[in-house]
Design a protein around this ligand. Structure first.
Ligand code: C5P
Length: 214
């Protein structure tokens, strides 16, 4: 129907950061409030979809009607995402940490008095979006996000191919987007670039879901 264009569809959304433990009290993370991803999940519910929201650690209420799965690390997020398949569309908004420590300490790391901090060895996390891009159950519409501070559309074009996504929603985060309530986005597809005016995150969410439904 016109009001519920995504009725009968399953939409998978990731949101928030991931936390990669260093020891029981410290972690590595990207900055992300989760607001844009949660707004997209809410808009998808409103459009009639069944929505699975895989959320990293954030302080946000669950959008009414969404099935929320809370995770901490990138590896947990990947497991939850794969478990949620099949999906008609996946919208990967999470700011996944690129690296984790090779061996998180079970005990709190202590200063040893030498003045030399404990060395950290970082290894790369799985790329969840790229994993879905070549997955046997790849959603027919696969959307990634990209936070950029310069050459936004150009970097997004490269990311589209590298990750096997259908669209990259490129965020210009050079302003006050982080944690804020509005966003400047460019929708990058094989067809080209659509730049939207600066909009509240709720309106960006509604427009993305309209485009998904189309
Ligand atoms: O490479 P970059 O982190 O800029 O790409 C951002 C996009 O890739 C987002 O959609 C993000 O959710 C996804 N991503 C991912 N797994 C990673 C890193 C990024 O799914 N390890």
């Amino acid at each position: 129907t016109v009001e519920r264009p995504l009725k009968g569809r399953h939409i998978l959304v990731t949101a928030g950061p991931t936390h990669e433990p260093i020891d029981p009290v410290r972690y590595i993370a990207n900055r992300s409030s989760g607001k844009q991803g949660f707004a997209i999940a809410a808009a998808a519910v409103k459009a009639g979809a069944r929505v699975t929201l895989v959320a990293g650690p954030v302080h946000l209420p669950t959008p009414a009607g969404a099935d929320r799965i809370d995770v901490e690390s990138a590896r947990e997020m990947l497991t939850a995402v794969e478990k949620a398949l099949p999906a008609d569309a996946a919208i990967m908004v999470a700011a996944v940490a690129d690296w984790r420590t090779a061996d998180a300490s079970g005990q709190k790391l202590k200063k040893d008095g030498s003045g030399k901090p404990a060395p950290l060895t970082l290894i790369e996390n799985p790329d969840i979006l790229a994993t879905l891009g070549k997955h046997g159950q790849r959603p027919s519409l696969l959307i990634g996000f990209a936070a950029e501070t310069e050459k936004v559309a150009e970097h997004a074009q490269a990311k589209l191919a590298r990750k096997g996504a259908d669209w990259i929603v490129a965020n210009d985060v050079s302003g006050d987007v982080m944690g804020g309530d509005s966003n400047s986005v460019h929708i990058v597809t094989a067809q080209g670039v659509e730049s939207w005016e600066h909009l509240p995150k709720d309106d960006v969410a509604t427009r993305i879901i309209e485009k998904v439904a189309n």
